[in-house]
Design a protein around this ligand. Structure first.
Ligand code: HSE
Length: 331
């Protein structure tokens, strides 16, 4: 499989490192994977990856036009702009498109899924929700037999990292946020993390896969963690719990879906309360499976694991509808 990589930030560089470090393993598990072209904003920037022997392309959209590319991987970010143009161009030109971009999928996922179906290529975005944790695969495949009544999760690594360190160290919000940025956890504009928008993007994607609802950010009540103080965290602790920023979606008997993002008091007796730092977690309640909980690293370099898992699926021929059902079925 010949891959073009758009974006060489933390996750892009980690993806390249993973593909190089585990090349033999990936060839055994799927097919040989070779990054043939890369594109990023600043060619001169020092990066934690080796691009020697790979074509550097100045205009990122050229990646979608190359005959020697089978899959375009996008880790540029943003709900529209270059990421959207690249997605459209890649799919139209018959390239598979793999992305970690939750803002793009929440805003344009249905259109892109339709395009992928029309052009008979794969659109995959496992890395867009919960970083390295294979939540979409679990929901689309492992739990596909269930009618799911609710999902509840910690979907933003930056917020969980901030809340965890505020509580454990009494550390200052701005200092911890700066660390989250250095570690590659935060969005380009970290207010997307803090104000719950990133969590809402991810919840919209999950709700599409679980409930067959077209992602609709307008349908989600969103409150972030900006107003949470150290006093709030201490008060929660005194009451035997923690405050977590949760994304919650439920479906009632009548089929009505409710989605919300908000800081929630979670008693320490619940597993989610003990998911700390950059870790994310998702609880799923299925009619036959009962409760399922999955957790792992939700941001930064480990996200590369989910991107490459999508590449392995494509290499193996494990393809399917991006949201688990045809795009036209999403309501
Ligand atoms: N800013 C996001 C987070 C990155 O902190 O979870 C991973 O989607």
């Amino acid at each position: 499989m010949r891959i073009a990589l758009a974006g060489l930030g933390h996750v892009g560089a980690a993806t390249l490192r993973l593909l190089q470090a585990n090349a033999e393993l990936l060839a055994e598990r799927g097919q040989m994977m070779k990054v043939v072209a890369v594109s990023a904003r600043d060619k001169g920037k020092k990066r934690d990856c080796d691009v020697s022997g790979i074509d550097w392309v100045d205009d990122v959209l050229d990646l979608a036009k190359r005959d020697d590319v089978d899959i375009v991987v996008e880790v540029v970010g943003g709900a529209s702009g270059i990421a959207l143009e690249l997605a459209r161009a890649a799919l139209k030109n018959g390239k598979h498109f793999v992305t970690a971009n939750k803002a793009l999928i929440a805003a344009h996922g249905v259109e892109l899924a339709q395009m992928a179906e029309t052009h008979k290529v794969q659109l995959s975005f496992e890395a867009s929700v919960c970083g390295a944790v294979p939540v979409l695969k679990m929901l689309r495949e492992g739990l596909a037999a269930n009618r799911i009544s609710s999902i509840r999760g910690i979907l933003n690594g930056t917020c969980n990292y901030i809340l965890t360190r505020m509580e454990s160290e009494g550390a200052d919000f701005a200092t911890i946020l700066a660390d989250a940025q250095k570690l590659g956890y935060a969005e380009a504009d970290p207010s997307d993390d803090i104000d719950g928008i990133d969590t809402a993007n991810k919840l919209a994607i999950l709700a599409a896969v679980v409930f067959g609802r077209a992602p609709d950010l307008g349908a989600i009540f969103v409150e972030g963690i900006r107003a949470i103080t150290l006093q709030d965290l201490r008060a929660a602790s005194a009451k035997g719990g923690r405050i977590k920023l949760l994304g919650i979606a439920t479906r009632n008997e009548a089929g009505e879906v409710t989605q919300r993002v908000q800081p929630v008091f979670v008693p320490l007796t619940e597993a989610v309360a003990n998911v700390g730092g950059v870790f994310n977690a998702l609880e799923i309640s299925g009619d036959f499976s009962g409760e399922t909980l999955i957790q792992g690293r939700g941001a930064g370099d480990p996200t590369a694991s989910a991107i490459v898992a999508d590449l392995v699926d494509i290499a193996r021929g494990n393809r399917g509808y991006a949201f688990g059902v045809p795009a036209e079925k999403l309501v």
